[in-house]
Design a protein around this ligand. Structure first.
Ligand SMILES: N[C@@H](CCC(=O)N[C@@H](CSC=O)C(=O)NCC(=O)O)C(=O)O
Length: 276
């Protein structure tokens, strides 16, 4: 692991590291905020998953999470959104290939060689963090848009692994919206049955843990009607008695201005669950 940058922030440190990922078969970067803490203590950790076109930098520099993580004494890890490098397959469009890993394990050429973001986020990255930073086994997960899809699906597929899950403007029904249909067809192939394993709405029926899901959604979000459709998810959650809180925020769009406005309430929500 190599340190790329480090800054003092709210009494703690915001760093970016690079490491070689065996899962993704390439070098990856991630951001990590570690609050001030007593020597020898281990802190709970929140994993943040970013959206389309992002690297770790978008969250680290725009969300304003450090102040709240410092206040609550939680570590926050923000990985990149896809494998990177010259030999990694890509597409000219912003919603496929690099920057658009969709937090799944691709099965189709040319993607399958590197695009295994599901295994990276669930297994390799936490193992790396737990071996090198003062984290406890109390972990939670949150994300934005494509990263909200990642956070919710990963929590639903891994009962007992996360103590809280939340999302900003998540893609909750990828099999039913253009972003998801395009990415899932490319990464997983045309058989829609295989898509269900990464579709939050489809996963609700078989979930074995009813971990409450907190969602904040901007009402003025340009992607709301075509790509996000939270009403599909809340209706299915109600059918399965899965607790979902959907806060519709008047006037807010899809941007990090929205995330920064409510990241404090999400980190407080996670901290409560992580410390309970
Ligand atoms: N470039 C695209 C839209 C890209 C975009 O809005 N990306 C969002 C996430 S969207 C869902 O995953 C984002 O977080 N961007 C980074 C940022 O710093 O705002 C277009 O123009 O349509």
């Amino acid at each position: 692991m190599n340190l790329i940058e480090q800054h003092a922030s709210f009494g703690g440190t915001q760093s970016v590291f690079r490491h070689t990922s065996k899962t993704l078969n390439c070098d990856m970067t991630f951001g990590i905020f570690v609050p001030q803490h007593a020597e020898g203590t281990r802190l709970p950790v929140i994993y943040w998953l970013s959206g389309l076109t992002c690297t770790e930098q978008n969250f680290v520099t725009k969300a304003g999470a450090q102040a709240y993580a410092a206040e609550h004494g939680v570590i926050v890890v923000a990985p990149d959104t896809s494998p990177r490098g010259d030999d990694v397959a890509d597409d000219p469009a912003y919603d496929l290939g690099k920057g658009a890993g969709f937090y799944l394990n691709a099965t189709q050429a040319p993607w399958a060689a590197h695009f295994r973001m599901y295994d990276y986020i669930v297994d390799e990255l936490p193992a790396l963090i737990e071996a090198n930073f003062p984290v406890s086994e109390r972990r939670s997960i949150m994300g934005h848009s494509m990263g909200g899809h990642g956070a919710i699906t990963i929590a639903l597929k891994n009962p007992g692994r996360y103590r809280a899950v939340s999302a900003f403007s998540p893609i909750v029904a990828p099999s039913q919206v253009p972003w998801g249909e395009k990415a899932f067809a490319a990464y997983l192939g045309p058989d829609r049955e295989t898509w269900k394993q990464y579709d939050a709405t489809a996963l609700l029926a078989s979930a074995t843990e009813r971990l409450p899901i907190l969602i904040d959604q901007g009402e003025a979000d340009n992607f709301l009607a075509e790509q996000l459709k939270p009403e599909i998810f809340t209706a299915e959650a109600a059918r399965h008695n899965h607790p979902v809180t959907l806060n519709l925020r008047l006037g807010y769009d899809h941007s990090y201005y929205f995330i920064a406005s409510f990241i404090g309430t999400h980190i407080a929500h996670h901290a409560n669950a992580l410390k309970a």
